[in-house]
Design a protein around this ligand. Structure first.
Ligand code: IPE
Ligand code: IPE
Ligand code: MG
Length: 248
């Protein structure tokens, strides 16, 4: 019998929000003598596994880094391939995802995306907005610094208009200006492919997240890899600046 690690997960210590930097599609393809886009296509399947795990365990928010601001600098053919893949993945998976009660959301500079992608995303967002099982947040044309600067700009504007008093600015108020307004901070960040950096992902929101790095390449990500990350997370002591003794 094949053993699954799902039984080793403490169901009372499930994080509310998991964020994932899905990395390693290119290397996966290269090691198989395939074009990079083949890696991205295979990676799209892993996204589905991750969504399913969230459903099984009751994780309420899953945020995936699908395309960074910096990724616009990749070869034009790869960028357009990724954009097309996004549209075809929504076409292919929308019905099933909707049935699972998944609410699709997007964070990032979406106005920079091709119009066809914007249209498809609007459709997916609008038609899943009453779903409550899982918030699936796709970070697209996203960067953490953009998010913070954009929030500061809007907040400065509200101060100028007089709707916000600068003396009232604290983290609770500031969070409302971020792209993730209303979404709790991730307790756990997973990055695949062995890279150990944030690559401009949720810089503000990850302030106190537990970080989990695995050498598994994103197309090879499976439910069991996700379970392992959760088990590892559950073994950690989240102290938030306090001493270990203060927590008991
Ligand atoms: C992650 O895989 C997908 C995106 C960044 C869009 P990569 O394409 O970065 O894969 P590697 O890092 O080249 O292996
Ligand atoms: C980060 O991966 C962005 C996404 C996963 C979408 P990259 O592959 O672009 O990051 P770097 O360039 O290695 O830091
Ligand atoms: Mg990469």
């Amino acid at each position: 019998m094949v053993m699954s690690n799902i039984d080793n997960i403490d169901k009372n210590k499930i994080p509310q929000h998991v964020a994932i930097i899905m990395d390693g599609n290119g290397r996966w393809a290269k090691s198989r003598n395939k074009i990079r886009l083949a890696g991205h296509q295979e990676g799209a399947k892993s996204v589905k596994s991750a969504i399913e795990v969230c459903g099984e365990l009751g994780i309420k928010y899953l945020t995936v880094y699908a395309f960074s601001t910096e990724n616009w600098n990749r070869p034009q053919s790869e960028v357009s391939g990724l954009m097309n893949l996004l549209v075809s993945s929504i076409d292919k998976e929308f019905e099933e995802i909707n049935k699972l009660g998944v609410r699709i959301r997007v964070i990032g500079q979406t106005d920079k995306l091709p119009k066809s992608v914007q249209k498809k995303l609007s459709f997916a967002i609008e038609n899943t907005k009453y779903n409550t099982a899982l918030n699936f947040v796709i970070a697209l044309s996203y960067s953490g610094r953009w998010d913070i600067i954009n929030a500061v700009k809007t907040l400065a504007d509200d101060c100028r208009k007089g709707t916000v008093n600068p003396d009232d600015i604290d983290d609770e108020l500031f969070e409302n200006y971020l792209a993730t307004a209303g979404i709790p901070d991730p307790e756990l960040l997973i990055r695949t492919s062995g890279e150990e950096r944030l690559s401009n992902f949720l810089l503000y929101q990850l302030a106190y997240s537990e970080l989990y790095f695995t050498n598994v390449l994103w197309p090879d990500f499976s439910k069991e890899v996700f379970y392992d990350a959760l088990i590892n997370y559950q073994k950690r002591e989240r102290r938030f600046g306090k001493t270990s003794e203060q927590l008991t």
